[in-house]
Design a protein. Sequence first.
Length: 418
Amino acid sequence: MPARITNWAGNIVFAAEQLHRPDSVEALQAVVAGSERLRVLGTGHSFNRIADTPGDLVSVADLPIRLELDDAARTVTVSAGTRYAEVTAFVQDAGFALHNLGSLPHISVAGACATGTHGSGTGNGVLGTAVRALELVRPDGELMTIGADDPRLAGAVVSLGALGVVTALTLALEPSFDVAQVVVDDVLHQALLADLPEVMGSAYSVSAFTDWADPLRWQVWRKHRIKKGGPVPASDLLGGRLADGARHPVPGVDPVHCTQQLGVAGPWNERLPHFRREFTPSSGEELQSEFMVPLLHARAAVEAVAEVRELIAPLLMICELRAIAADDLWLSMAQGRESLALHFTWVRDEAAVAPVVAAIEARLAPFAARPHWGKVFTAERDALRLLYPHWDDFVALLADTDPTGKVRGDFVGAFFPH
Ligand SMILES: Cc1cc2nc3c(=O)[nH]c(=O)nc-3n(C[C@H](O)[C@H](O)[C@H](O)COP(=O)(O)OP(=O)(O)OC[C@H]3O[C@@H](n4cnc5c(N)ncnc54)[C@H](O)[C@@H]3O)c2cc1C
């Protein structure tokens, strides 16, 4: 019997027995047109059943690689299965940059954009805000382009894979820039909370980590955008001290796979992710959850989570706070509101983690928390639809693009029944 297909974390065994890997767009169109039920799988870095189907599972990883720079338009068009590591190396070589990156560069561009994947920075939108056009194979097998002036683009970027199979994305670029990363250890809880939005805005990209154990301390990672050869801004230590060596987000783990810290400047693509592209983790013994609340409720939201820290700490590898700029993408977790993201990396014990995730969701519900579409959460349709002003617009887009629900899957279908 062939080995079953799993996600990266190994907690999801996909119901599909076979993964189609077409090597041309025409072959992909034939697979889609000939299928009764289909989902597309990216690099499998989601932690829930969002990519699952008992029908046909299809990958775009073997489509011909596209990395097409348009200097004048300042865009790059990439094939959907391309991983950020490949795109960023290509655009950096050409003197350009993407505005931001997630923590791991090994995730596919299409899969990341489809779930609203983000990095950090009060001025930085989710990665999908860079999308200027999408090419996709619709559920009927027809190829379709949604361009920058098409009002459907705002609904099609964070698509949850429910509009069809994206084959290419055109991303906005800016001139390449340098980043210097500085870590501050042992930041005091009250010092961090005194003005959390200010701390989150204190560098181009800021992450604050804690394990919620006693004594409660935070580690603040600031990624400063600097002029080539220019100075690195002095760090507000918030009661802590500058790290005297490289750090891994998870206490006690060797930082060898982390991007360069200690204020050493380097290209954006080698500093914005937490992890180096040379290091390719093939699987992970972890689960992740993440919730976005309006940044103006940052302090109250963190205090609400602190109320259940005794439940959290025993199952937690690390908690990370990040900031996200407001955007206009219909299903983005930062749609319409500057956001604080509260992230939790858990030990891989789904049964133990589920009630703790539910407890966190209950604490964050008063702040209209939106869960990350690609991570572990328990919220259901009735709760989530109230949190997204464009929910019904997405319903209409789905009805138009996929009237029979052929590519929706059970997970997305539970939120968007047809
Ligand atoms: C170690 C690790 C670090 C992470 N870091 C971050 C982070 O910093 N920030 C963050 O926000 N998230 C982060 N995530 C979550 C991750 O970015 C999302 O789960 C993302 O969706 C994974 O992309 P993927 O290509 O693996 O997609 P998959 O998990 O394979 O699929 C996710 C969704 O995308 C759809 N999809 C994939 N490809 C296509 C396509 N070609 N066309 C249409 N739909 C498609 C699928 O159908 C599915 O609905 C992390 C995950 C891991 C494992």
